[in-house]
Design a protein around this ligand. Structure first.
Ligand code: SOE
Length: 389
């Protein structure tokens, strides 16, 4: 009988649903050495969280995260809330001896991220950050090919993460547009992902120079939002509130190994719904990935005969490819939600087998340092060394 790991999940919206699906599916497809027991999901709105518990398959629910992290029947706390609560929940969960799986970015500031790392290291618990794109089989294959030396010394990293869901000026001032709750806009939400992928595939970043902008500076307040968030009333207009985060952030980076990189995150790239793509150019070849074609990896090799050179499309759906053997026969492809199942499988294995798991909170702090360095660079209009943070 495999070991049981009792899970408590804080958050029941977009990421709470993706994580719940992963806990429900993982043991159908993977032998992780442990099975997750979905003990309780937590949210402040009792009606909503009770409904989520029933629909997502949790045994029960809590309306206080403090109560959840103190429960003796919880071994793993999953933090799938907006960034302003990550530090408090993680520090309390670590103090209670719980393993922690935290959504990205790790925190809203570098100082908070460092506090979280310190807490989990002192508590000697397992810790992981949900940079799920490392666990796309095509991305894991890219890492494998790089480690095999297939593209040689890396010269360029080029990545964009483009969305377009807030281009309508009437889109309301939701939490992702409020610095106090989200920490930043697409910078922390989307650049965080391509920074982590750059760390995973290319290496550490030494210095950055960036710029950011907010295209639409005021938006209608959604009904029921606390006026203290900056709502303006009167004149018969819909209550308006100030957008306090970036709408787009672009930056350049130098890597410690001599490579150079460009990064772009925006929510104003019309037609790009969730367009996460990168290209890596090396001395012996290149790799390219596009999340919209997540089962494919583009590979170019300078070792091919001259008349045969060009990008080839590898359909990453063979049993020899990372994670694929657990799913369907070759060619039946998988989707975005499967990356969360892969994360949960690796985390459960790490907990029961004592192996390290990445990205951990140390990796999360490395991402947070780059995020903060870019924001500092944009404010002061200068190159920033990550080592100065
Ligand atoms: C997770 O895969 C993710 O990239 C989130 O981190 C983003 O916030 C969301 O916009 C798309 O999905």
């Amino acid at each position: 009988m495999p070991k049981e790991i009792n899970v408590g999940l804080v958050g029941y919206s977009f990421m709470g649903k993706a994580h719940s699906h992963a806990y429900r599916d993982v043991e159908m497809f993977f032998d992780s050495g442990a099975v997750p027991v979905m003990k309780a999901i937590c949210g402040r709105n009792e009606v909503a969280v009770a409904a989520a518990a029933k629909k997502f398959g949790w045994e029960g629910y809590e309306t206080s995260w403090k109560k959840l992290v103190e429960r003796d029947d919880i071994d793993l706390v999953d933090i799938s809330t907006p960034g302003d609560s990550h530090r408090d929940i993680a520090v309390a969960a670590a103090a209670a001896g719980k393993h922690i799986f935290c959504e990205k970015p790790l925190a809203n500031t570098l100082a908070e991220a460092r506090e979280m790392l310190d807490a989990v290291q002192k508590a000697k618990v397992k810790h992981m950050v949900a940079f799920n794109y490392r666990r796309v089989p095509a991305v894991a294959l890219a890492r494998q090919l790089i480690e095999e030396g297939r593209i040689g010394k890396i010269y360029h990293w080029r990545a964009v993460y483009l969305q377009d869901w807030i281009m309508d000026p009437n889109f309301p001032l939701v939490w992702r547009l409020v610095k106090k709750q989200a920490g930043s806009g697409p910078h922390g939400d989307l650049n965080a992902h391509i920074i982590d992928l750059a760390h995973y595939l290319v290496g550490d970043i030494s210095d950055v120079v960036g710029m950011d902008t907010t295209f639409i500076k005021e938006r209608p307040m959604p009904e029921g939002i606390d006026a203290s968030l900056g709502a303006r009333v009167g004149g018969g207009r819909r209550r308006m509130g100030r957008v306090t985060v970036d709408d787009a952030t672009l930056f350049l980076a130098r890597f410690k190994n001599g490579a150079i990189g460009s990064f772009e995150a925006t929510r104003f790239a019309g037609g790009r719904r969730n367009h996460n793509r990168f290209e890596i150019n090396g001395s012996k070849g290149s790799l390219a990935f596009n999340l919209e074609k997540m089962n494919e990896l583009q590979f170019y090799s300078r070792d091919d005969e001259p008349h045969m050179q060009g990008f080839r499309e590898i359909v990453v759906n063979e049993k020899a490819h990372p994670y694929i053997a657990a799913w369907w026969p070759p060619g039946h492809i998988i989707g975005w939600e499967h990356t969360f199942v892969h994360e949960v499988h690796d985390l459960l294995s790490s907990i029961v087998r004592g192996k390290p798991v990445h990205p951990d909170f140390e990796d999360g702090v490395r991402v947070q340092a780059v995020l903060e360095g870019v924001s500092l660079s944009a404010r002061e209009k200068r190159w920033v060394k990550i080592s100065e943070l």
